[in-house]
Ligand binder design. Structure first.
Ligand SMILES: Cc1ncc(COP(=O)(O)O)c(C=O)c1O
Length: 424
């Protein structure tokens, strides 16, 4: 079927049915087009992925797996899921893949559920040191249901303290060790995590939500050969639809599939599964690999520029798509810096730094990421300009210069639009 005969998403119909929501969507598009998006976990997915997301596959109930569904009429969605699974296995050289998790948190919930029962011990990275809520924090199921223990980073180097990981693993004999997180600027030593897991007989889960796109683009080493299970989100550097996924060793395939459905989820979102398949095809191109390498080059250029503005890079730099900056020398807190940047159309987030004296709601740092600006086609020159704009915004304590900085941001993004201008 060609696009000319496809009955697909129709924005004019939405405008007619619900002008309020149509306005929200247009407003968001204008926001994306007029500001700098430096949230490390965000990106601009492609029109092809958006088309799959807005398709009639959203209608289909498909509980189960291809060829083993609880509903009829699944022949077409089966194809989408099979294509996606085989692309994921090929891209990551994985023995098994499951594209059904609705999100990264759901993928982690399923991965834990596959191996642990309530009360079992989980060893994960502490959230204030760069881990994630789902790695055993008290407010998450992972800390409420499991006996969570946490490792962190060394105070001196700010890198993961592998000796501490080993000591805690020996002491607590966890069922599962999880590594990965949401504010780790450096690559992780998966071989050492594997060694530690083997020593204590633990399952190793790598939560690659943040960096899987760099792995897909062959820009950093893959955790797949080392981990029992790799969970990830599909919407960060990877640049697919919002969602989650899991790849694992063949020996864990049954346990993972059963944990995703029926243990943790009901019917899969088949429009999203199809959109994940589209994204995984995009990831197989030389163009995507160039993008993944550029993401890192840009993150490093942005970090260097920010250091020039008096922000200290935690760990002294980055190997990935994100940097964590300590603002102590600037006199601003993370919350103040994020709100001053926001006023100047620069979107980033406040973030705790390791051993942060401030509460998380204030924080001493900010986190910046390069995926979105790289997708826009920006390079190191633009990163230097962005760093200077961030420096000016943070020093603008009264907001007197916010409009003028926002105008410069406007010039920068006009040359590299996130998406085409909406039709009138
Ligand atoms: C490391 C990590 N794991 C899991 C998640 C959860 O993903 P989601 O928000 O899709 O549930 C995130 C989200 O930021 C993350 O950074």
């Amino acid at each position: 079927m060609t696009s000319a005969t496809y009955w697909g998403p129709d924005f004019d119909a939405l405008r007619e049915t619900d002008p309020e929501i149509a306005d929200v969507i247009l407003g968001e598009l204008r926001r994306l087009r007029s500001g700098l998006q430096l949230i490390a976990s965000e990106n601009f997915t492609s029109p092809a992925v958006l088309a799959a997301l807005g398709s009639t596959l959203s209608n289909k109930y498909a509980e189960g797996y291809p060829g083993r569904r609880y509903y009829g009429g699944c022949a077409e969605v089966d194809k989408a899921e099979e294509i996606g699974i085989s692309r994921a296995k090929e891209l990551f050289s994985a023995e098994h893949a499951n594209l059904q998790p609705h999100s990264g948190a759901s993928a982690n919930l399923a991965a834990y559920g596959a191996f642990m029962s309530p009360g079992d011990t989980l060893l994960g990275m502490a959230l204030p040191h760069g881990g994630h809520l789902t790695h055993g924090t008290k407010v998450s199921f992972s800390g409420k249901w499991f006996n969570a223990k946490h490792y962190g980073v060394s105070k001196q180097t700010e890198h993961i303290d592998y000796d501490e990981v080993r000591d805690l693993a020996r002491e607590h004999q966890p069922k599962v060790i999880v590594c990965g997180g949401s504010a780790i600027p450096r690559t992780i030593d998966f071989a050492t995590f594997r060694e530690i897991a083997d020593e204590v007989g633990a399952i190793l889960i790598v939560d690659a939500a943040h960096f899987i796109g760099l792995v897909a683009g062959l820009a950093i080493p893959s955790p797949v050969p080392y981990a029992d299970v790799v969970t990830f989100t599909t919407h960060k550097v990877l640049r697919g639809p919002r969602g989650g996924a899991i790849v694992c060793k063949a020996e864990h395939a049954k346990a993972i599939d059963k944990a995703v459905f029926p243990m943790m989820q009901g019917g899969p979102l088949m429009h999203s599964v199809a959109a994940k398949a589209v994204n995984l095809k995009e990831c197989q191109t030389a163009e995507y690999q160039a993008y993944a390498r550029q993401v890192i080059v840009n993150a490093q250029a942005l970090t260097k520029g920010l250091e020039g503005e008096g922000l200290r890079a935690v760990t002294g730099g980055t190997d990935t798509h994100l940097a964590l900056l300590d603002l102590t020398e600037t006199g601003a807190t993370g919350a103040e810096a994020a709100s001053r940047c926001d006023a100047a159309a620069i979107v980033l987030n406040k973030n705790a730094i390791p051993y942060d004296p401030q509460p998380p709601s204030v924080a001493s740092g900010v986190r910046v990421g390069s995926p979105s600006v790289t997708t826009q086609g920006m390079g190191p020159d633009e990163m230097s300009r962005i760093a200077a704009l961030i420096g000016r915004a943070i020093r603008d304590t009264t907001g007197a210069h916010a409009a003028e900085i926002a105008a410069e941001v406007g010039d920068l993004v006009a040359a590299h639009p996130a998406y085409p201008e909406p039709r009138a």
